[in-house]
Design a protein. Structure first.
Lengths: 334, 333
C-alpha cells in the first residue's frame, strides 16, 4: 500500500523468537520451535497522526515496535518509512534513516543514566549521529529539544541529574533526547504508565501536540484503552501477534466489532460509580504464542465461538455498515 | 462501633542528620465487615505508610501516634506486643508487588502452608490441606499448588499472594495496589475475586491505589489523600458527583475516560515537602480556586451537608464553602 503522505507502512510483518532447545532435543533432532510474537501485522501511519497499538502483555505490541526499529529482525513482511523500504537495509545504510525513528521507553526511572546530567542525556544522540559540529551548536540543539519537550527555560534543567527531577520531567527529558534528532516517527512504548496520574495528561498532551505540529507521526503502544481513545486517531487491537480490530479510535471504542475488543472494553473501570457495565470477564490469560490455536486464535476464550471458527484463520476485513474511514475486524462472526 | 476504627494516625520518619518527615498527618476512618473502602492518592501521599502503620510494620526510624482499634481494642496501644496477636489473624495485608516476592525455589503450596504452621500451630499435613483449600478459594486448582511461582502467570501469582494473606482468616484485608502491574482483563479477574471475598465472607476490604476508576467501581466509600492527610472522604458516589475538594476534582479531570470527549488536564506543580512544616493549605500551590484564608490557615477535615444521593458522611478539608465547584467531577467532562 502506498498513499499520499504515508510515513510508516507496515505490511504483513512477522517476527519470531526461537525457543531454547535442550541438548536432548538437539540430539533427537526434534524440530526447533518458534514463538510467533508478531504474526502478520499491517497498518500505516501518516505524518501528523497518532496510532495506538493496544493489547495485553504478550500480544506482540512491543515486538512490533522493536521490529520497526530493526532492533529485532523481521521474519517476513515489509516496513516502509517515508517511502523507503527499510526491511532489508544493511546496518550501515540503515543508520542515517534510523535517526528519523526514535523510541520513548516506558520507565524514565530506568531509561535515563543516573550519572548523566540532562545536558549529556540529550546531547548523547547528537554525538552518536555526528550532529552539531561545535559544542555551541550542540548546546543550541539540546536547548531547543528540551523546550520542545516542555522543559522551558532549558537553562533551568540542563545541569540537573535525573534524581533531581520528577517522574513527568524525567519522561520529558527522555522525549527531548528523542526529539534532538528531529525524527519523523516517534515510537512511544507505554509512555505514561509509570507516571503519577496528575502528570500523565501533560506528557500525553505533549506527544499529542508534537504530532499535531505535523512534523512527525506517533505510534503509541499502550494497554490503556481510555488513553488510546482520548489521544489516538486510530486504534489497532492486538491479540496473540495479530491485529484483530483496526479503525478510527472513536469508532472502535463506541462500536467495537471483535468479541475480544468488546470484552476488553467491558472491563475498563469507569470513573463514575453510577455507570456500571456488565463486565465480560474472559477466563484465563493470553495463551502461549508457541502453540497458537488453529483457526481463529481467539477461539478458546471467545464467548461466541462456533464450530466453524476452528476451520478458518480470519483476516482483517471491512466491518459491516457504512463508515467514512475503514474499520476492519478479523472475525467471521462480526 | 465499627470493626476497624482508625483515629488521628500520625507517622514521622526520623531523617539521617536530624529532622523529621511527617508522612501521615492525622488520618482517620472507619471500616465495617463486608465493606470496601478505597484509599486513593498519588505516590508519596502516605497511603502505604498509613496501612503499614496499621499493621505495625514500619521500620525502626518511624514513630507512630494514634489509634487503630479492632472491635474496640486499640492494637497500637502497647507497641509490637499488642499488634502481634492481631497481625495476620485479624488484620492482614497484600503487599504491593507481592506477586513478585514469592520464593522462586519453593512450591506455591508450601509457601502458603508455612504461615499456617507458624501462626495456627497446625500440623504440617493439616496446613498443606488448608493451603490447598485457600488456593481453591482464590480460584486456583489445589493440584497446581505443587508448581513453582515461575510456572504461574502474573494473575495466578497475585491470587496466590491473596491466598497467603487469607491464611489465618483475617477480618480485615488491606490490599496495596493489588492490580497495578496487571493487564486490564486480569485486573478485572482479581477485583472480581476481592469483591466476591468481601461479599461472601464479610471480609472488610481496604483497597489502596492511585487508580480512581478502580475505586469507583469496587468500593462503596473512599478517602482521597494528599501530602499525608485525608483531604476528602465520602461515598464514591459523592466523591464523583458532589466533589468538594479541588484536588479530587482535578484528579478526576486528569483521568482519561473511555467515552469522555473533554480535555484531560494534568495538575501543574508537585506536592509539598513533608520534612518541613506546611503553612496554610498544602494543596495551595497547585490549586485553581484559592481564597485568601488558604495561605494563613490549614483547612481541617469538616463534615459537609449530605447532598441528595450522598447519605454517608462526606467530609472535606477545604476553606471554600462551594469547594470543588458546581456539580462535581462528573460535570467537568
Amino acid at each position: 500500500m502506498t498513499g499520499e503522505g504515508i510515513l510508516l507502512d507496515v505490511a504483513d510483518l512477522r517476527a519470531r523468537y526461537p525457543v531454547r532447545r535442550s541438548i536432548a532435543d538437539r540430539l533427537a533432532r526434534r524440530p526447533r520451535h518458534w514463538v510467533r510474537a508478531v504474526d502478520g501485522v499491517s497498518f500505516s501511519l501518516r505524518r501528523g497522526e497518532m496510532v495506538a497499538l493496544v493489547g495485553e502483555s504478550g500480544c506482540g505490541k512491543t515486538t512490533t515496535a522493536q521490529t520497526i526499529l530493526r532492533m529485532v529482525e523481521s521474519a517476513g513482511g515489509t516496513i516502509t518509512v517515508d517511502g523507503q523500504d527499510i526491511t532489508a537495509l544493511s546496518q550501515r545504510r540503515l543508520r542515517p534513516l534510523r535517526r528519523g525513528i526514535q523510541m520513548v521507553y516506558q520507565d524514565p526511572y530506568e531509561s535515563l543514566d543516573p550519572r548523566f546530567r540532562v545536558r549529556q542525556t540529550v546531547a548523547e544522540p547528537l554525538l552518536v549521529h555526528g550532529l552539531g559540529a561545535t559544542r555551541r551548536e550542540r548546546d543550541e540543539l539540546v536547548a531547543g529539544a528540551l523546550e520542545r519537550a516542555g522543559l522551558a527555560p532549558a537553562g533551568l534543567y540542563l545541569d540537573r541529574y535525573p534524581h533531581e527531577l520528577s517522574g513527568g520531567q524525567r519522561q520529558r527529558v527522555a522525549i527531548a533526547a528523542a526529539l534532538a534528532l528531529d525524527p519523523v516517527l516517534l515510537l512511544a512504548d507505554e509512555p505514561v504508565s509509570m507516571l503519577d496520574v496528575s502528570v500523565r495528561a501533560g506528557v500525553l498532551a505533549l506527544l499529542d501536540g508534537l504530532r499535531r505540529d505535523g512534523r512527525l507521526g506517533v505510534l503509541m503502544i499502550t494497554h490503556d484503552l481510555s488513553t488510546a481513545a482520548h489521544f489516538a486517531d486510530r486504534i489497532a487491537v492486538m491479540y496473540l501477534g495479530r491485529i484483530v480490530e483496526y479503525g478510527p479510535a472513536r469508532q472502535v471504542i463506541n462500536d467495537p466489532q471483535h468479541p475480544y475488543t468488546k470484552a476488553l472494553l467491558s472491563v475498563v473501570p469507569d470513573r463514575d460509580p453510577r455507570r456500571r457495565k456488565t463486565a465480560q470477564i474472559l477466563s484465563g490469560e493470553t495463551p502461549n504464542p508457541v502453540a497458537i490455536p488453529t483457526g481463529c486464535r481467539f477461539r478458546p476464550r471467545c464467548p461466541i465461538a462456533e464450530d466453524r471458527c476452528a476451520e478458518t484463520d480470519p483476516h482483517l476485513k471491512l466491518a459491516r455498515g457504512a463508515h467514512p474511514e475503514p474499520h476492519e475486524v478479523a472475525c467471521i462472526l462480526a | 462501633m465499627s470493626l476497624l476504627e482508625v483515629r488521628d494516625l500520625n507517622v514521622w520518619f526520623g531523617l539521617p542528620g536530624g529532622g523529621e518527615l511527617h508522612a501521615v498527618q492525622g488520618v482517620g476512618f472507619d471500616l465495617d465487615a463486608g465493606e470496601r473502602f478505597g484509599l486513593v492518592g498519588e505516590s508519596g501521599c502516605g497511603k502505604t505508610t498509613s496501612i503499614l502503620a496499621m499493621m505495625g510494620l514500619l521500620p525502626p526510624n518511624a514513630s507512630v501516634a494514634g489509634e487503630v482499634s479492632l472491635a474496640g481494642t486499640n492494637i497500637l496501644a502497647g507497641g509490637e506486643d499488642s499488634v502481634r496477636p492481631h497481625r495476620w489473624t485479624d488484620i492482614a495485608m497484600v503487599f504491593q508487588g507481592a506477586m513478585n516476592a514469592l520464593n522462586p525455589v519453593r512450591t506455591v503450596l508450601s509457601q502458603i502452608a508455612e504461615p499456617i504452621v507458624l501462626h495456627g500451630g497446625s500440623s504440617a499435613v493439616a496446613a498443606r490441606k488448608r493451603a490447598g483449600e485457600l488456593l481453591e478459594l482464590v480460584g486456583i486448582p489445589a493440584s497446581s499448588g505443587s508448581r513453582y511461582p515461575h510456572e504461574f502467570s502474573g494473575g495466578m501469582r497475585q491470587r496466590a499472594a491473596i491466598a497467603m494473606a487469607l491464611a489465618c482468616e483475617p477480618k480485615v484485608l488491606l490490599a496495596d495496589e493489588p492490580t497495578t502491574a496487571l493487564d486490564v482483563m486480569v485486573q478485572a479477574q482479581i477485583l472480581d475475586l476481592l469483591v466476591g471475598l468481601s461479599d461472601e465472607f464479610g471480609l472488610a476490604l481496604m483497597l489502596v491505589t492511585h487508580d480512581l476508576p478502580v475505586v469507583a467501581q469496587v468500593c462503596q466509600r473512599a478517602a482521597v489523600m494528599y501530602a499525608g492527610e485525608i483531604v476528602e472522604t465520602g461515598t464514591t458516589d459523592a466523591l464523583f458527583h458532589y466533589t468538594r475538594h479541588p484536588y479530587t476534582r482535578l484528579l478526576f479531570a486528569a483521568t482519561p475516560d473511555l467515552y469522555g470527549t473533554g480535555a484531560v488536564a494534568s495538575i501543574p506543580g508537585a506536592p509539598p515537602r513533608l520534612d518541613e512544616p506546611v503553612v496554610g493549605c498544602p494543596f495551595l500551590p497547585r490549586c485553581d480556586s484559592v481564597v485568601e484564608r488558604c495561605e494563613r490557615e490549614r483547612p481541617l477535615l469538616r463534615l459537609v451537608g449530605a447532598v441528595d444521593g450522598a447519605t454517608a458522611a462526606h467530609a472535606v478539608a477545604c476553606h471554600r464553602d462551594d469547594a470543588g465547584g458546581a456539580g462535581g467531577a462528573g460535570g467537568t467532562q
